[in-house]
Design a binder for this molecule. Structure first.
Ligand SMILES: Cc1cc2nc3c(=O)[nH]c(=O)nc-3n(C[C@H](O)[C@H](O)[C@H](O)COP(=O)(O)O)c2cc1C
Length: 179
C-alpha cells in the first residue's frame, strides 16, 4: 500500500487539472493505496523567504501557513503527485510556492521516493507543455524521486472542457497501476 499526497495547484476548484487528480485518486484508491489530496485553495502557502531559518532549526519554517499541514502529510508519504494547470508555461505560482518551501526538507529529509505529474493546458502539449514537464523533471531529479508517470491534458481551456476526455481514464489507470 502506497501513501500518496496529491498537491492540487489550481485556484479553480473542480477545474480540469483537479479532475485529472480525482481520476488518478479513484484509480489509486481502487488499488488499495491511501491518498490525501491537498489543494492550494485550502492550504495557502507563501513564498520561501530564503532566510535559512529551516537550516538552523531541523527543517522548521519560520513562516506559519498552509505548509505545516502539507509537510505533516508529506512526512508520512512515499509518493507525491503534482496536479496543476499550466500558467505561462509552468505550474501555478501557488504550487511553485509549495515546491520552493520544500527547501526546508533539505534539513529534514522527506521519506518520499517517487512522483507523478498531472497537468492541463489550453494550448498543445509540445509547444505549451514542454517547460512544465522539463521543470517537473528537473525538480524531481534534484529531489531524487523516481518518476511514476506524466499525464498532460492539452487543448482544455474552459472549466469543464476535460469532461469525457479519454485522458481521464489514463490518469485513473496510472493510479490503479501503482505497485
Ligand atoms: C493565468 C493563466 C495562464 C495560463 N497560461 C497558459 C499557458 O501558458 N499555456 C497554455 O496552454 N494554457 C494556459 N492557460 C490555460 C490553462 O492552462 C487551462 O485553462 C487549464 O486547463 C486550467 O486548468 P484548471 O481548470 O485546473 O484551472 C492559462 C490560464 C490562466 C488562467
Amino acid at each position: 500500500m502506497r501513501k500518496i499526497v496529491v498537491l492540487s495547484g489550481s485556484p479553480r476548484r473542480n477545474g480540469n487539472s483537479e479532475k485529472l487528480a480525482d481520476a488518478f485518486i479513484r484509480g489509486a484508491e481502487s488499488a488499495g493505496h491511501q491518498v490525501k489530496k491537498m489543494s492550494v485553495i485550502d492550504y495557502p502557502v507563501k513564498g520561501c523567504l530564503g532566510c535559512d531559518y529551516c537550516m538552523r532549526n531541523n527543517g522548521e519554517c519560520i513562516q506559519k501557513d498552509g505548509m505545516q499541514a502539507i509537510f505533516e502529510e508529506l512526512y508520512q508519504a512515499d509518493m507525491v503527485v503534482f496536479a496543476t494547470p499550466v500558467y505561462y508555461w509552468n505550474m501555478t505560482s501557488q504550487l511553485k510556492a509549495v515546491v520552493d518551501r520544500l527547501y526546508a526538507s533539505i534539513a529534514k529529509p522527506l521519506p518520499i521516493t517517487s512522483s507523478a505529474l498531472l497537468a492541463s493546458l489550453g494550448g498543445n502539449v509540445q509547444e505549451d507543455g514542454k517547460l512544465t514537464v522539463d521543470n517537473y523533471n528537473i525538480i524531481t531529479n534534484y529531489m531524487k524521486l523516481k518518476d511514476e508517470g506524466v499525464i498532460i491534458a492539452d487543448k482544455v481551456m474552459n472549466k469543464n472542457e476535460i469532461d469525457g476526455n479519454p485522458i481521464l481514464e489514463e490518469a485513473e489507470m496510472l493510479g490503479r497501476s501503482l505497485k
